[in-house]
Design a binder for this molecule. Structure first.
Ligand code: ZN
Length: 397
């Protein structure tokens, strides 16, 4: 066994109780993330030193003080830059709760074994739960929404892994969760509630005055919100948020371009170079947003089209499926689908408005006497569905 270690071990005073605590972080540039889920969860990494391939980097994100139960990022422990908005209040509440032997904090602390050679997913989950729970000691309007959102999102990633059974809860942990649930009523036990909590807290953070007027921050946060909606399968919501990003970026870019054109005091105040960097960054954001809107839209079309086609077939409406297929192969996907669907709507309407059989269709019957008269009775839900799809496709253009 080599003596090499992937970790840097650090001893610092806990910012809450003041006692020295030992924590560790992974050496920088020692691995490369190979794959991520749409909302950022690491799927796999490649360690530069293959000896460390068994180390799960995501389990080292939070530091913990075993004495008082403070759980937070390395940055918050070390220099305070990343600390909560109302850190001092949280600190008082946490010390008070620890002194009183608060049962949830006690249970979670007993399930965190950071001194072991490897931090297990179970320890990491308990650290995340502790980070969330200790913030909930504050009244809702004083909680650090952005940090809570991040903790919930990460907890959601663990829940996803549990769901996939790549992590199996030990008996000890199952009992611990049962105890915690006794006090923590809305303990999120599956992925969905974690992600919904993350969205809720990101949105509350966006509403805070300090984040208004900071387009980079708004766009970054909204980007995460959109990706969570995508993960939840809420493509319509994701597209709505992406459009919000698009508007914010466009407006902010116009504003900066205007200042650059006018020059003078406003330009001096912001700094020409910074304004130019902003314009470049915003332009990238606009392009990326356009591309991802198109991608989500393609996903909707790809998922919805076969369903509509199937329904149309069931309704015995004659469909030119080979033509649609040909358009697709030519890469005219949006255009082809939109046109095909519009055609269907027209056909549908024509069929709905058609006079009773035999009234005035002699010529059509004469032209092709072998073809049976299609009996078309669109149901209400079918019509609604078709209309909804067309509307969504139009909005996505
Ligand atoms: Zn402490």
């Amino acid at each position: 066994m080599s003596s090499a270690s992937p970790f840097v071990v650090v001893r610092v005073p806990c910012p809450v109780c003041g006692r020295d605590v030992t924590n560790r972080y992974i050496k920088t540039k020692s691995y490369i993330v190979q794959n991520r889920d749409v909302d950022g969860r690491i799927i796999d990494v490649r360690w530069l030193n293959p000896e460390f391939q068994h180390v799960r980097v995501q389990d080292y994100m939070l530091w913990v003080c075993p004495h008082c139960g403070y759980a937070d990022t390395k940055g918050a422990f070390r220099d305070g830059e990343e600390r909560d908005r109302h850190f001092d209040l949280m600190k008082d509440k946490l010390l008070e709760a620890t002194r009183a032997g608060e049962p949830v904090i006690e249970s979670l602390r007993s399930g965190i074994h950071y001194a072991d050679e490897i931090i297990t997913p179970e320890s990491a989950v308990n650290a995340h739960l502790l980070a969330i729970y200790t913030r909930q000691l504050l009244s809702p309007n004083l909680r650090p929404h952005e940090r809570l959102a991040q903790f919930y999102l990460r907890l959601g990633w663990y829940r996803r892994e549990e769901w996939a059974e790549s992590i199996r809860l030990s008996k000890d942990q199952a009992e611990r969760m049962a105890r915690v649930k006794g006090t923590w009523n809305d303990l999120p036990e599956t992925e969905q509630p974690c992600l919904r909590k993350a969205v809720e807290h990101f949105n509350r953070a966006l509403a805070l005055p300090e984040h208004r007027g900071d387009p980079r921050h708004q766009i970054g946060t909204l980007g995460l919100v959109a990706s969570i909606h995508q993960r939840l399968g809420e493509r319509g919501e994701a597209m709505g948020v992406k459009r919000q990003i698009f508007e914010i970026a466009r407006e902010a870019r116009n504003e900066r371009n205007r200042v650059l054109e006018e020059g003078g005091r406003a330009e001096q105040e912001f700094g020409r170079e910074r304004l130019q960097q902003d314009v470049e960054w915003l332009t990238n954001a606009i392009e990326e947003t356009k591309a991802s809107l198109k991608q989500i839209f393609d996903e909707i079309v790809a998922e919805e089209t076969p369903k509509v086609e199937q329904e149309l077939r069931e309704q015995r409406l004659l469909l030119n499926l080979p033509l649609i297929e040909m358009w697709r192969k030519e890469g005219r996907f949006h255009e082809a689908t939109l046109r095909a669907l519009q055609e269907h709507v027209e056909l549908t309407q024509a069929a709905m408005n058609a006079p009773p059989p035999g009234a005035e269709v002699e010529s059509a019957a004469a032209a092709n006497p072998a073809a049976p008269e299609p009996e078309f009775k669109p149901t209400q839900s079918f019509r609604m569905r078709l209309k909804g799809l067309i509307d969504r496709i139009r909005r996505g253009e």
